[in-house]
Design a protein around this ligand. Structure first.
Ligand code: URA
Length: 204
């Protein structure tokens, strides 16, 4: 069914929406999540921002980057002159993966197979939006877009390419900044801001 929907989306040049993503059974993550979280933004955005997967809040609200990591991203992006509303904001994996612990749902990183299966959707989004630049935030996005997640810290701030040649600016995930001790957070946030500023400059 998802393949049929994919073919229809390709023909119709529509970006995958919540309904089509919800029919996806390529990996088991759909079973635990509340809903699939589609990307959002202008379909002709020049910049695509890619995170890891929806978090707890995103899973409940059905929108990407609306929880704590998204709020931090918005704040730093604003300082860097990057207007989120002009970007296509999405995730490498569209369903929330978690382990239940009492009443809480603890985030779990998607594995290689889940990332690979969901790349089918990300590729479809890339085909429709055709961004000039992709900002890959964190190892999962970097793996999905470049095929290799190793050595993120050495690669961050650099520009690589997708298989089909689209530039990918590599940076850390805002959740990583949220986990840092206060003593390290200021410097790390400044580096993140510099990466976002580079994205703005690259787009001219
Ligand atoms: N973290 C992500 O990677 N994406 C979201 O949408 C929210 C948190």
């Amino acid at each position: 069914r998802a393949a049929r929907i994919g073919a229809r989306l390709r023909e119709g040049r529509e970006v995958p929406d919540a309904e089509s993503l919800s029919a996806c059974r390529r990996c088991p993550l759909w079973g635990g999540a509340t809903q699939a979280v589609p990307g959002e933004g202008p379909q002709d955005a020049r910049l695509m921002v890619v995170g890891e997967q929806p978090g707890d809040r995103e899973d409940l609200e059905g929108r990407p980057f609306v929880g704590p990591a998204g709020q931090l991203f918005d704040a730093v992006a604003a300082r860097a002159g990057l207007d989120r509303r002009q970007a296509w904001v999405t995730n490498a994996v569209k369903h929330f993966k978690f382990a239940p612990r009492g009443k809480r749902r603890i985030h779990q990183a998607p594995n290689r197979g889940e990332i690979r299966h969901c790349r089918w959707w990300l590729d479809l989004e890339r085909e429709q939006v055709k961004p000039e630049l992709i900002l890959a935030m964190g190892a999962t996005a970097v793996e999905s877009l470049t095929g290799d997640r190793a050595g993120l810290m050495a690669r961050r701030g650099g520009v690589e390419r997708t298989e089909d040649g689209v530039p990918v600016l590599i940076t850390v995930h805002p959740s990583y900044l949220l986990r840092l001790p206060a003593s390290e957070r200021v410097a790390a946030e400044a580096l993140f801001e510099a990466d976002l500023r580079r994205a703005v400059e690259m787009l001219g």
